[in-house]
Every structure is written in C-alpha cells, then in structure tokens.
Design a protein around this ligand. Sequence first.
Ligand SMILES: Cc1cc2nc3c(=O)[nH]c(=O)nc-3n(C[C@H](O)[C@H](O)[C@H](O)COP(=O)(O)OP(=O)(O)OC[C@H]3O[C@@H](n4cnc5c(N)ncnc54)[C@H](O)[C@@H]3O)c2cc1C
Length: 481
Amino acid sequence: MVDRNALIDDLEAIVGPSFVAWRPEDLLVYEYDGSIDRATPLAVVVPANVAQVSAIVRLCRRYEVPLVPRGAGTGLSGGAIALDESVQLVMTRFRRILSVDVENRTAVVEPGVVNADLSVHVAPSGLYYVPDPSSQKACTIGGNVAENAGGPHCLAYGVTTNHVLGMEVVLADGEATWLGGETRETPWYDLRGAFIGSEGMFGIVTKVAVRLLPLPEAVQTMVATFRSLDEATGAVSDIIGSGVVPAAIEMIDKVTIAAVEPFYHPGYPPDAEAVLLVEVDGMRETVEEEAAHVEAICRRSGASDFRSSDDPVRRAELWATRKGAIGAFGSLRPNYYLVDGVVPRTKLQETMRKISDLAAEMEILIANVFHAGDGNLHPCILFDEREPGAVEKTIAAGERILEMCVEAGGALSGEHGIGIEKQAYMGLMYNQDDLAAMEGLKVAFGAGDFFNPLKVFPTGRNLHGAAYRGAIRKTGTGDVV
Ligand SMILES: Cc1cc2nc3c(=O)[nH]c(=O)nc-3n(C[C@H](O)[C@H](O)[C@H](O)COP(=O)(O)OP(=O)(O)OC[C@H]3O[C@@H](n4cnc5c(N)ncnc54)[C@H](O)[C@@H]3O)c2cc1C
C-alpha cells in the first residue's frame, strides 16, 4: 500500500506545493481526456524542467507508483487517463520554442508547446509545421509525438513521424537521452521511429526537434456539395486515382451539415447529402492546373454546388464548417463518441454504406466528418448519456464499426491511438506473438509497466471487464464498471 501523504510531500519538495494537485476537487479536471472513459489519478504533478522530470521518475520508481504523461488532454482514446493508481505528470509548463534554424528549416521545442503556436511563431520566416490535427489550437507537440498524430494536411505531406527529427526523452531510470537528433539522418536503429506513437508507455518526451516546411506559394480551397454520399466518396477515389494528391481531402455528411448550418451559415443546397473540402497547394501554375482538374472531377461525379477560393479570409470561411463540426454536434446530442478507424481508399464507399446501415439498424445517430483522402474514418456516434443503455449501445456500435474497418483490410486506428478505448480489439488485428513482440519493446526501453500502465495491450477482457473494476466510470451512467 502506497503512503500517499508521504508521496505527495515528496512531489511537493521537487516542484513546489502549487504544482501538485491531490484534493478530490482538484483531481476532477484530470479524470478524463476527449474520450468517454474516466479514472481518478492518485495525484497530479506539473514539472517545469528536465531535472524535475528525472527526479519525479526516480521518486515514483522508489514508491513503485506508475507515471502517466499528459499533454493537453485532447486525446480521443483515453491515453492520458491515469489507471492503476498512477501519478499523472502534466507537461504543459514545457511551452518554450527553444530555437528555430531558418536555413536548415528545423526547430527545437518543448513538448507542451501547442501545435498551432509553432506555425504562428515561424510564419514570419516563411515556414510552417505541417501536422495539423483538427485539435491543433489546444493539443501539444508532445501529445502529437506520443500518438503519431495526423491531420487534414497530412495526406500529401505525412503524419507526425515524417516531421520529427529527434526527441529528448526521460526513460524509466530517470536519465534524459536523445533518440534521433536535429539533423535528418542519424545512423543505427531508428529508436526515434519506435518511440513516436508509443502512447506514453516508453518514457517522457522533454524536447522535440522538428522539420519545418516553406509556406506554399499558392493555396486553393474548394468545396463541392453532392446529393449522395456515394457520389462524394466516388469523387475522392477519382481525384487520387487521377494522380493528383491534394494537400487535404475532407468530408462531412448530412448529419454534420445539419449541425453546422445554424452556426456557420454556409448555405449549402437543401438537398446536400455530403460536402467534400479539397485543398491543393504549391507553385502557382501547378495549383491552378490541379484545382481545375479537381473541379472537373467533382462536377463529373455529380457535384451540385462548387465553391473555390485562394483568398485567405474566404478560405478560412470555407474551412470553418469542417473545423467547427465537432463543437456543433452539441446542438444535436450532448455527447459524442468519435470512432477512429481506417480503410483502404477503395473500400471507402462500401464502408460508408455499411455505417449508414448500422445507424439505421441500431437506431442511433452517426455523423461523419473525416480525412477522406487517406481513408481515415471518424464516425461520430451522437448520444445522450442520461438515456438508460445509451453508453453501452454507443460502445457496441463503435465495436461494430472497428470490425468493419479491419474486415475491409484497414486498421483499428488512423491517428487517435489505441489507449484504453481499443485495447480490447487488438486481437482483431494481432495474434499473441505479434502482441508479445510489441510488448517486448517496453522492456527494451526499460519501461516495463511503469509508464502509462494497462493501456494498448488487451487484458483478455473488454472495456467493461473486471480488470478495470473500480477504476473506470462510464460517462453518464454513474456506474463503476
Ligand atoms: C476536436 C478534436 C479533434 C481532433 N483531431 C485530431 C486530428 O485531426 N488528428 C489527430 O491525430 N488527432 C486528433 N485529435 C486527437 C488529439 O488531439 C491528438 O491525439 C493529440 O495528439 C493529443 O495531444 P494532447 O497534448 O492533448 O495529448 P494528451 O491527450 O494529453 O495525451 C495523449 C497521449 O500522449 C501521451 N503524452 C502526452 N504528452 C507526452 C509527453 N510529453 N511524453 C510522453 N507521452 C506524452 C499521453 O500519455 C497519452 O498517451 C482530436 C481531438 C479532438 C478533441
């Protein structure tokens, strides 16, 4: 049994009393992330520098209490939720941009830097940081590294792992070490690559060296409206099949259109069933050519309305409905569960039909808003947690959707990670040998179950299983499951 009071005193001795939370009312805000699971940490500690992180790691090792890193808590798979009586280590005081090398187009930042702030900071030098999760105004670069985050503009340019050159990490022995470096190529094993996407289970990221890209000379944003989801998904395949790889291809369906209309007034045609947002960027001549090509394909595929602009203000308006979609869902139902699966692009149409059939069969409301260009689906199941059985029904629907994605030759996660949310489904894709090999990596990093325990790997039970008894309350039911 841990001596919690002694542990809290020792944590306060490292960071000061203002940066340790332990009262029940203070811990409430750290119980959850953007997913639908919750658990209360033993305590929360907010360090300011690497020496403090190292000291906290060593202290928690001594107390045999696990540590759960946390960025902004926008994760959608329960990654930052502290299971197993863990201490949560919050990295939001690490928010300095340490250096920018304009000539080499790189920067070194602390992990608590908010994603969008980096691009704003380097814009006067004509540069930007590509990965742009839709949560980019809140989520941190450290959280992005841990989840290997994607975003609308990752279709053409790649996800986080393609833009991170190296990281300083504090491992389970409390030592800080670099994986990768500040240059593009480092010899020997790619431990940087193994760490990115490890969901906080290998160590604490304390610095990140990133690649920056020059801002494109020209950008054209296009919005095409279709009378059927089939036409819209067909257009996605035709655009990519024609050889054009836009910077972004995003889709919203008719449930989403109904949600955003009262807030953003986009004025889509009344019979709109799906809206496709396509963006091309690069040299001016290429952009003009590709935009004309995209327009021709959309019109040929049945687009009933087509809007296009290269003006930054108008482009932001065109993006507003996509970027504001999730917030707008609150007008339809008080809760959402955003499922993150991926299918081969050629299976997009078929899978979207199946999801629509599932919604009808289970009598649930599903809104679709997703990165269509790379087959990354985000069916958002909208529900009211106060209705008896609604949470269970929502989880069952999410499971069916993930099964569909795997059956279609896709994967359990396009970008939000496995966390608590999908660990029970890992067996759909991996056998025991695969899982043992993956778990072996934790040993290789010397982490064991010290960092972020009880995540990602299946425990042999589903989310409601006894393995988590007493630890997870399902939102809204009030039940401990
Ligand atoms: C509205 C909305 C839209 C979203 N859109 C996208 C999207 O387009 N693309 C996408 O990929 N995701 C998206 N997300 C999910 C989420 O924003 C990302 O997963 C993001 O990377 C999480 O960052 P965070 O700082 O909030 O991390 P948290 O949620 O705090 O943590 C996420 C994981 O990272 C680990 N972690 C955090 N910091 C560190 C660190 N310093 N060292 C080691 N591990 C650490 C945690 O332990 C946890 O496992 C969206 C979320 C919301 C709410």
